[in-house]
Design a protein around this ligand. Structure first.
Ligand code: DON
Length: 590
């Protein structure tokens, strides 16, 4: 059962601390107010870690790193040190950078590594599942297998962010995470249910069984204390030696040993060579006074969002109305066009030549001219040579603003929920299955959704294409929004809608987060819409030729994303935090 937590106001010295922990049945329309700083994330204990750092005078980067490390303990499905992600930082002086800590393919990886001798998708013979009819099957090796694991990037990304833009030591910001792992924390019903839901897999992997299941083999219960001693030791090594405390020494040895035992490829050379990279964010001006700073490749998020915003700039969305049939129609068409280009052109820019015109306003105008105002364009007409694969829905986004106006937007992931489900023996650490984000089968594109196009094929040391889109928006050059979301390929659309809801539809941050979302990704040619959009709007869209799927938040099962966001009020400078009611989320301000 989900608990409803009301907004609490606690007087804390001179500060007013405001808190909100949300769930889908108790969606507030008002954001949480902080006069100085704000942290918004999926899980309250980790959000509190960030709030404490901010209150003690740490900056947004200190708080964001502390938060990410704490989530590795308290939000095991996506919080991680064994995965990767992206952090967009905008400092109060206007400096903006994007930290790329995406996983990499190991040095021995190659384009056909997920195919067996007959050219079929290889499966993991060591893990089996039972179907309802009693038959068994094995997962693909790019999902649950040591081969699915990309070289983790999170410890490197956090160490780099802290070293370049933080004010505190790694030892200090990681201490709360160590304590949460070492002393344990009390499981909520959501976390217990999540862990229990994966017991079939965890129970088949000895180190995962030890780390993720109750010692007596019974289901976790709400209220149980979960202690993660091995993870605490792994975190301590990062606390002592930063980057090297993970990529060299004991942790690196344990990873290599587990890889050898499980048939994986990552070795100590891959780990020693891993570096997070500081990149230029994708910058794009929307409606003259708003500038978006978001992730460049290897995330497709920045370029794809810029392409869509540039197309949509040509419409008066505010007058057309929020989630009206005409607004949804032009949004879906912009999504269709941009996602087709995403599939056609985008991959790791360190390996692939990317056309320069994609984010230009001229290109957007040409694309806009293809949008029929009355009818949906069949996706086959927008690039018949390609289709897309599906992705699972587990990642997490958080937003932080400090008292000086430094801001961090961070999205990171294990890829699928609990990633590869493989805990490296002796580390307590779950690993990602990010290799599944590469196109698995060169040249093979199937109508069921698999793509085999060249830009995102596996190459040694290449980063797999992502959709994660942590974004910061300024208004007249001043910090305005910190937004982002999980959700696989829906991420880019969710993040864009958070922005449009505020800028074009005049919503406050919480309303913008709560509002029903939509998603089109070109293929499959289907428009997904969360519940809460009127029947007459859906009927009008169907009449235009859209294949509609609407089940959702407030009525059915389709939920899109988890967009924990912050707006800085232009008049007062207050930080307005908006946790997403689609999941337990928390906003703590001071
Ligand atoms: O990098 C990506 O785009 C995906 N691996 C993210 C997966 C994801 O968001 C699943 N989430 N809910």
């Amino acid at each position: 059962m989900r608990h409803r937590f009301r907004i609490l106001f606690a007087v804390c010295g001179l500060f007013i601390t405001s808190v909100a922990v949300h769930d889908a049945n108790a969606a507030s329309r008002k954001p949480v107010v902080g006069k100085k700083g704000m942290a918004v994330a999926v899980e309250p204990l980790a959000t509190q870690v960030a709030a404490d750092i901010l209150k003690k005078g740490g900056n947004a980067v200190d708080a964001a790193v502390g938060l990410g490390l704490a989530l590795a303990v308290t939000h095991p499905s996506a919080g991680n040190i064994g995965g990767g992600g992206f952090m967009v930082i905008r400092l109060a002086d206007g400096t903006a950078v994007a930290i790329d800590y995406r996983e990499k393919a190991p040095g021995k990886a190659h384009a056909r590594m997920y195919l067996d001798e007959d050219g079929n998708r290889a499966v993991n013979p060591a893990i089996s599942f039972t179907r309802q009819d009693g038959s068994t099957f094995h997962p693909n090796t790019n999902r649950i297998h040591h081969l699915a694991i990309g070289v983790p990037g999170t410890p490197a990304g956090f160490a780099l962010a802290l070293e370049k833009y933080g004010t505190m030591s790694m030892a200090a910001v990681i201490q709360p995470a160590i304590e949460l792992a070492e002393n344990g924390f009390i499981l909520t019903e959501r976390i217990a249910r999540g862990l229990n839901g994966r017991r079939t897999i965890f129970s088949q992997i000895p180190a995962s069984k030890k780390a993720m299941m109750r010692a007596d083999g019974k289901d976790w219960q709400e209220g149980d204390r979960w202690i993660q001693k091995d993870l605490a030791e792994t975190l301590k090594r990062i606390g002592q030696d930063g980057h090297d405390g993970f990529y060299k020494g004991k942790t690196a040895e344990l990873i290599e040993k587990d890889m050898k035992a499980g048939g994986g490829m990552i070795d100590r050379t891959d780990l020693a060579n891993y570096q997070a990279i500081i990149r230029e964010p994708v910058r794009n001006v929307y409606r003259g006074i708003y500038e978006t700073f978001t992730m460049p490749l290897p995330s497709s998020g920045g370029i794809t969002m810029a392409m869509m915003l540039n197309i949509l700039e040509g419409y008066d969305l505010g007058r057309m109305g929020h989630n009206s049939s005409s607004t949804i129609h032009v949004m879906a068409e912009a999504m269709r066009l941009a996602y087709a280009d995403r599939a056609r052109y985008l991959g790791d820019a360190d390996f692939v030549e990317i056309p320069g015109h994609l984010t230009s306003k001229d290109y957007a105008a040409a694309q806009r001219s293809k949008v029929d105002p009355f009818f949906a364009t069949p996706s086959e007409e927008v690039g018949p040579e390609l289709t897309l694969a599906t992705e699972p829905d587990e990642t997490t986004h958080y937003s932080v603003v400090d008292q000086w106006g430094n801001a961090v937007s961070n999205t990171y992931t294990l890829e699928g929920g609990y990633g590869s489900h493989i805990v490296i023996a002796g580390t307590g650490m779950l690993t990602n299955n990010e290799m599944g984000d590469f196109n698995p089968d060169p040249g093979i594109t199937r109508p069921t959704g698999q793509i085999g196009t060249p830009p995102n094929l596996i190459e040694p040391n290449k980063r797999m294409l992502s959709s994660m889109s942590p974004t910061i928006v300024t208004r007249n050059g001043e910090l305005y929004l910190v937004v982002g979301s999980p959700g696989g390929r829906t991420i880019i659309n969710t993040t864009m809608q958070l922005i449009l809801n505020v800028i074009d539809h005049g919503m406050n941050m919480q309303e913008a987060v709560n509002a029903p979302r939509l998603h089109h990704q070109w293929f499959p040619d289907r428009l997904r819409i969360e519940g809460g959009v009127g029947r007459e709007v859906l009927d009008a869209l169907k009449a235009m030729g859209h294949d509609i799927s609407s089940r959702g938040f407030g009525g059915g099962s389709y939920r899109q994303g988890d967009g924990h966001s912050i707006m800085v009020d232009p008049d007062t400078g207050y930080r307005l935090g908006a946790p997403d009611p689609r999941i337990e989320g928390a906003a703590f301000g001071h």
